[in-house]
Design a protein around this ligand. Structure first.
Ligand SMILES: Nc1ncnc2c1ncn2[C@@H]1O[C@H](COP(=O)(O)OP(=O)(O)O)[C@@H](O)[C@H]1O
Ligand SMILES: [Mg+2]
Length: 236
């Protein structure tokens, strides 16, 4: 379980996150949504340790990890697929996927992960990550690397970005039972209704604050109303 306590992040005098209090439960799929610029990516970077809060605490399974580095958090089993993946030069898809595994990866596992994101292993294993992959292909390789890692919490920031419709449907299937397959918590930042639909819980961020947070059955109907982003912060 990960808890955010009174998390505020100020950058250049701007409050990007404003007193976030949140508890993400184990083994559930939590979808985070909200308007552009509402702070979703920043919140995910805070959990991963890429950003540091101005004030507040992050507690992971009872441990205060607020001052932990990215690699210390990765060692605790927090994995993150970025909105814009990093391009590694001179490294093949196969090597990248091998690197992401902590124990020795069988080729079969690597191939299964590539297939599950809609990339034919035969065509992709030896491709160079830095120069030869399109944005959508790179994104899918990154998703494959995250699902290969042994994790307690996996975070995907807009996994659908730049991905074609065929692969998108495959991704939905992949995410649908990912928490059960990996035996861990899955957090996905998304605007896509089909992805939001697989949630156990939905969090709506607006202007750096939690606007809605609760079970899908409660929050989803509110999302369909146009005034959801005008309501005051409310907890469910
Ligand atoms: N390094 C930064 N310096 C200043 N403002 C930033 C920085 N990074 C993000 N922001 C601002 O913080 C807000 C939230 O950004 P972000 O978390 O990327 O939003 P989202 O992912 O919800 O679209 C935006 O207004 C963005 O412009
Ligand atoms: Mg974002």
């Amino acid at each position: 379980m990960i808890e955010l306590k009174n998390i505020t992040l100020i950058k250049n005098d701007k409050k990007i996150l404003n007193n976030i209090n949140l508890q993400i439960d184990d083994n559930l799929t939590t979808i985070i949504t909200g308007p552009n610029g509402s702070g979703k990516s920043t919140l995910m970077k805070l959990i991963m340790g890429i950003e540091q809060p101005t004030s507040g605490e992050i507690i992971f399974n009872g441990q205060n990890i607020t001052n932990y580095s990215i690699s210390e958090r990765a060692n605790l089993g927090i994995s993150f697929a970025m909105q814009q993946p990093v391009k590694f030069k001179g490294i093949t898809v196969k090597d990248l996927l091998k690197l992401s595994l902590r124990e020795n990866a069988s080729n079969e596992k690597i191939c299964d992960a590539l297939s599950s994101v809609g990339l034919c292993p035969k065509n992709y294993l030896d491709r160079e990550v830095g120069s030869s992959l399109s944005g959508g292909e790179l994104k899918r390789v990154e998703i494959a690397s995250v699902i290969l890692r042994k994790s307690n919490l996996v975070i995907f920031d807009e996994p659908e970005a730049g991905i074609d419709i065929w692969s998108f449907n495959r991704l939905i299937n992949l995410f649908n039972d990912l928490n059960k397959r990996l035996g861990c918590s899955v957090v996905i930042v998304s605007h896509q209704e089909k992805i939001i639909n697989i949630a156990d819980k939905i969090l709506v961020l607006n202007a750096g604050q939690v606007e809605e947070y609760g079970d899908k059955e409660v929050v989803l109907p509110l999302l369909n109303k146009t005034n959801v982003t005008q309501k005051k912060c409310k907890r469910r």
